[in-house]
Design a protein around this ligand. Structure first.
Ligand code: 5GP
Ligand code: ZN
Length: 126
């Protein structure tokens, strides 16, 4: 169980990289936006398509987002689908990844879904 406190509703976290991307303080290659989500290319792409979809509000991970703001979590997932369509991988297939916590190697504690596609994946994940 992740015991990191969720800071939903308190506005941007001052030291959060993805809050800074939402605010435009850190540049990103934005490919899709909705009222409550932003999607941008991962700086260290692991596949021809590798886009991160994040809520504009700060939540530590996807489950925290779904708990605090379920409609925003759905909006993030629908945006991920729109990105897959836009990137031309919806037909060939793609993977949605939401890392949560240390063992999953989550490195940015702001909720995000990786949209990874454009090549055949392997399973199980490493
Ligand atoms: P996580 O490991 O938390 O699931 O995913 C965080 C992702 O953010 C990583 O895939 C990493 O490459 C990406 N990332 C880290 N810093 C930046 C950045 O400054 N810009 C962008 N576009 N992606 C970043
Ligand atoms: Zn944040």
């Amino acid at each position: 169980m992740d015991t990191t406190p969720d800071t939903a509703g308190r506005g941007p976290e001052p030291d959060c990289l993805f809050c800074k991307i939402v605010a435009g303080e850190v540049p990103a290659d934005v490919v899709h936006e909705t009222e409550h989500s932003v999607a941008f290319r991962d700086i260290n792409a692991q596949a021809p398509t590798h886009v991160l979809v994040i809520p504009r509000d700060h939540h530590v991970d996807l489950v925290a987002l779904a708990t605090a703001a379920p409609d925003h979590a759905v909006e993030v997932l629908r945006a991920a689908g729109a990105v897959a369509e836009q990137e031309g991988v919806a037909g060939s297939g793609y993977r949605l990844v939401a890392n949560s916590g240390q063992d999953a190697q989550q490195t940015v504690p702001h909720a995000h879904v990786h949209v990874v596609g454009g090549r055949a994946m392997t399973w199980p994940p490493g």
